[in-house]
Every structure is written in structure tokens, then in C-alpha cells.
Write a protein that binds this ligand. Sequence first.
Ligand SMILES: Nc1ncnc2c1ncn2[C@@H]1O[C@H](COP(=O)(O)OP(=O)(O)O)[C@@H](O)[C@H]1O
Ligand SMILES: [Mg+2]
Length: 261
Amino acid sequence: MGAGKGLESKIEVRGLAKSYTGPGGSLVVFQDLGFTVKAGEFLCLLGPSGCGKSTCLNILGNVDEPTEGEVLINGRPLVRGVRSARTGFVFQAPRLIPWKSVGRNVQFSLESDATLPREAWAQQVQRVIELVGLKGFEHAFPNQLSGGMQTRAAIARALAIEPEILLMDEPFSNLDEITARRLRGELLGIWEKTGLTVVFVTHDLFEAVYLADRVVLLTSRPMRLYSEEIVDVPRPRSYSDDRLFEAQRRILQSFERLVEA
Ligand SMILES: Nc1ncnc2c1ncn2[C@@H]1O[C@H](COP(=O)(O)OP(=O)(O)O)[C@@H](O)[C@H]1O
Ligand SMILES: [Mg+2]
């Protein structure tokens, strides 16, 4: 992999640092963080809770600012408040607007996006709702949906703007394993169809191995990049594929060295 230059790397994180200053002094979340994500790659950021994964993802999504360093998207630095590459964000909680229907929630992301003309909204909303398997629930309200369906709606909302980059923050961690498996499979299907670049945050090692082309292993706070592991298992992947367990074992050994260090 290595630090690619130019268009070959979709996202390039360089010397990224984030700290918070509060009454109790300064909290260093991470320092000198660097990694790249290639165009079309599925990258998982794996680290313990509280290490700074969400903070990092928010910076990639341009909704938070680093204390130091920069993020290049398609070779150009992110500028606060300026839209760069089309980026969809799926948060850990679905964060749907409770008084809007599923369709209106999805449309909401189009309303704040100037590229698609109003006449095309309805069709686009329908397309992504079908893509995530929510056909028939366009008029349902969030509190009428199961957790898995709410997550589907949040994914549809992120996909509506036809993003080049999809940032996902532990989107399946509150779901039961059966539903999570189904949604992971569907996500991979969408990813393969669209050629999206995905950065997926998780603290679940097996989820990371199942989904990713490459796993970036992060330490507890102050977070740093501990290692990068390529998951060289052919797709479509099966949960019972021994090669996934093999990859998991390799990463666990890396983790053990990290815990003992
Ligand atoms: N706005 C904030 N002000 C102060 N500290 C924060 C803020 N946001 C996050 N933190 C702290 O930064 C650390 C990393 O948080 P976060 O990125 O949410 O971790 P993760 O997503 O890996 O669980 C935590 O210790 C958290 O308390
Ligand atoms: Mg988090």
C-alpha cells in the first residue's frame, strides 16, 4: 500500500492531531496520525472504545477540525466549511428525524445538496430506499421501524447524494448479529456495485476482517496507528471461511503484542 500520491489515494491523512482543552487541562486524543485510503477501497479503522475513532472519522467528514495536520481528498486539502468530495456519513445511532417519514428523511439530504434538481428527488429517494431493502416503508416514521430498518434508512440517506466516499461509524454495533450480518452483506453488495470508497469504524475484529480490504489497527488513547493488515480473502466472503479466522488470528496476535507492550 504505502503513501500513495495524487489520485491513486482517495484520502490521505497526514500528521493529524486532535486535542481538547478543558478545565481539567488538555486531552490528547491522537497525534501524528497518518494513513491513506485508495479509491474504491474498503478500509476498516479498528480500535478500542474511547480511542478516538469517531473523532478521526468526523475530521475525515469535515464536520470536525484537527488541531494539527491535514486531510487530502482527491489530492486536495479539506477546508472547513467547504464541500469537497461527495461524502456520505452513517453515524452509530441512525439519527433520523422523528417527525419525518423514511422518504422525507432520505429527501432531507438532497435538500441540502445542490446538485440534484428538485424534479429528480422523488425518483432518487425511491431508488436508494429500494437499494437498502426498505421498499414499502417510504411513509413509515422512524419509531415504526426496527433498529435494523432504521439503520437501513440511515444508509439510504447517506447514499442519496451519490457519494464517492462513505464514512460509517459503527453502524451495526447496536444490532443483533443476524441483522448485522444481513446488513453487512448488503453493504458489500452496494459497495461492489458503486465503486464507493468506504471508511468503516468498528471495535469488532471479526466484522473488520469480514468487511475490509485492509484493517488499520489503532491503539487506545492517545491513539496511534499500530499496524495495517491486508485481508487477502476473496469475495464474496463467507462467515465460515477459514481464511477469515486465519486473518483474525493474525490480527489478534498483533493485538496481544499491543496489549503486552
Ligand atoms: N467535544 C469533546 N470535548 C472533549 N472531549 C471529547 C470530545 N469529543 C470526544 N472527546 C474525547 O475524545 C476521546 C475519543 O472519543 P471518540 O472519538 O468518541 O472515541 P471512539 O469513537 O473511539 O470511541 C474520548 O476520550 C472522548 O471523551
Ligand atoms: Mg465512536
